[in-house]
Design a protein. Structure first.
Length: 115
């Protein structure tokens, strides 16, 4: 088991990306038995904004819930990262509760923090 930090870019623009701190096994599969953390970086309009969230697995463990907190004004998002290998070039999808639109991200960098 190792702790890694992932940088994933939104495929539709160059101003939004995820930073995720997650646990993976020796085969780079995501471990979903613990809470994880991350944040969204938005570099639009000459401003650098960060929106932190807590990551928890859903009941079926095939999706992760991103909880931005009660005061954030953001809807809860979900991502399908548990169904993917944690590797550079891998795509995953995000969607928001009550929104049918999907957003695609690609893993750009992986930094091993603890192995």
């Amino acid at each position: 088991m190792k702790l890694v930090r992932i940088k994933a870019n939104y495929t539709e623009n160059e101003i939004e990306h995820f930073i995720l701190s997650v646990l993976v096994d020796h085969e780079n599969n995501l471990l979903t038995d613990t809470e994880m953390f991350g944040y969204v970086v938005d570099e639009s309009e000459d401003v650098l904004d960060r929106y932190p969230f807590i990551i928890t697995a859903t009941t079926n463990k095939k999706t992760l819930m991103l909880d931005y907190g009660a005061d954030s004004g953001y809807a809860t998002s979900k991502i399908n990262l548990p169904t993917k290998k944690i590797k550079v070039g891998e795509y995953f999808t995000r969607w928001e509760e009550g929104d049918e639109e999907e957003y695609t991200y690609i893993i750009e960098k992986i930094f091993e923090i603890i192995s």
